[in-house]
Design a protein around this ligand. Structure first.
Ligand code: ZN
Length: 245
């Protein structure tokens, strides 16, 4: 008889425990839907949009090996004797190589082998590359413009009516790199120069408009291969201080 009573008590106790558990769960769900708990805020924080890029690079750059950035396959670590840390040139290369769709480059002097390789790599990867440069400087020894053209990259240049003296790049129509730096080893390793890297829609749009304006001005369809006399005189007056590039 006691055996039967004990069984009944156990059954009642089990039922009450189940009911208590259900009430606790319902209460917890109710609370979590009305006031989000910490994990909800953490999930929102993780999904927040990234902050816009704002970076300043100063030159001369520390001389470092940038092979790991430029090599398509990095199976073995580079064994060269150069330091392998951060540098302004390394940061610039990293920003350039982040391009996925387009690179619009407007640069007065372009002879840096590393930057030349980076632009060539982007072209190989299918990034749409356009280059605007200066007629006089693109013809100098060491200029990368010839090899970029041979690789199939579109290059346009001025027609002797003053230097094309800009130094800016626009990546994927959303990131602007601009400043005093010419893309030469001399400037990168010896000169005091600056670059601003900024993800600002208004600035990017203004620079893009300027790029498109120049791109159209330098359309080969408008080239005059027999310049007027005054333009020839103007060209003679230009001096090219190569050591200051
Ligand atoms: Zn190395």
């Amino acid at each position: 008889m006691w055996h039967g009573k004990a069984r009944a008590l156990l059954a009642v106790g089990f039922g009450m425990a189940l009911e208590a558990l259900a009430c606790w769960l319902i209460g917890r769900l109710g609370r979590s839907s009305s006031s989000p708990s910490w994990w909800w805020w953490w999930w929102l924080w993780r999904r927040r949009p990234p902050s816009p890029v704002r970076e300043v690079l100063f030159f001369p750059s520390r001389v470092t090996c940038v092979e790991s950035l430029l090599a398509e396959e990095t199976a073995t670590p580079c064994a060269c004797l150069l330091p392998h840390g951060e540098s302004a040139l390394g940061r610039l290369l990293t920003r350039l190589l982040s391009a996925r769709r387009s690179l619009d480059l407007c640069v007065f002097a372009f002879s840096s082998p590393q930057l030349g390789r980076a632009v060539g790599l982007l072209h190989q990867r299918g990034v749409h590359v356009r280059v605007v440069t200066d007629t006089d400087y693109m013809a100098l020894k060491g200029s990368r413009i010839g090899e970029l053209r041979r690789a199939g990259i579109q290059v346009r240049h001025d027609q002797d009516s003053g230097y094309m003296h800009h130094k800016f790049a626009i990546i994927d129509k959303k990131l602007l790199i601009t400043g005093s730096l010419n893309w030469t080893t001399q400037a990168i390793q010896n000169n005091r120069e600056n670059l601003l890297v900024v993800e600002d829609r208004d600035c990017v749009n203004l620079f893009l408009a300027e790029f498109e304006r120049i791109w159209e001005d330098y359309n080969p369809a408008h080239y005059t291969f027999f310049p007027k006399e005054e333009q020839q005189v103007q060209k003679k007056d230009k001096t090219i201080p190569q050591t200051k590039l």
